[in-house]
Design a protein. Structure first.
Ligand SMILES: Nc1ncnc2c1ncn2[C@@H]1O[C@H](COP(=O)(O)OP(=O)(O)OP(=O)(O)O)[C@@H](O)[C@H]1O
Ligand SMILES: [Mg+2]
Length: 160
């Protein structure tokens, strides 16, 4: 079963996204299968740390939350190429990292802020991503402060 770990702080800019990326990469280097979900829907950013090319991103977490036909597999991008990039320590070859980005399109962000979404779908998404990709760990990068998705992420987590 996938262990869900949320990284949260009340204040912004405290290092959540960098901490999430480092924790996920460390676990993957040890041979674990890990996922990262960017639930910072208002100001997504962790994809930058993984150099995920925005032009190659098709479906995002936003699509999963709005579109009944969008599956967990369609929103997870394999970013395991970071594991052997410039590291002095060889990564365990079994390790994998998948990133679920939020949309960077301003119209998508504006829509979700004004219209909201079914927060239970976010919970379903965490479980579906974990099961489909057979993840050992799912790290959740959160928006600062408390809102529905941060409370849900913390509530679902094995650790926060
Ligand atoms: N351990 C660290 N030491 C020094 N600087 C750091 C460290 N971790 C993060 N930073 C810097 O702090 C800034 C904020 O980091 P980061 O984006 O990870 O924070 P955040 O909590 O995710 O922010 P936000 O709340 O806006 O999502 C960045 O400029 C980052 O480079
Ligand atoms: Mg952040």
């Amino acid at each position: 079963m996938t262990q869900i770990v949320s990284i949260h702080s009340y204040r912004g800019g405290t290092g959540k996204s960098n901490m999430t990326a480092n924790l996920a990469t460390t676990m993957a280097m040890l041979g674990k299968r890990v996922g990262i979900v960017d639930t910072d829907i208002q100001s997504p950013g962790i994809h930058i740390l993984f150099r995920l090319d925005e032009t190659k991103i098709n479906k995002t977490l936003n699509d999963y939350l709005w579109d009944d036909d969008c599956s967990a597999e369609q929103i997870a991008y394999d970013v395991s190429y970071v594991l052997n990039h410039g590291s002095a320590v060889a990564a365990n070859p079994n390790g994998k990292i998948f990133l679920v980005p939020s949309s960077m399109k301003s119209e998508d962000i504006a829509t979700i802020l004004s219209e909201g979404y079914d927060v239970e779908l976010l919970q379903q998404g965490f479980y579906e991503v974990g099961d489909t990709l057979e993840l050992d760990y799912l790290f959740v990068d959160t928006h600062p402060g408390l809102n529905e998705e941060t409370l849900l992420s913390i509530g679902l987590s094995s650790a926060a």
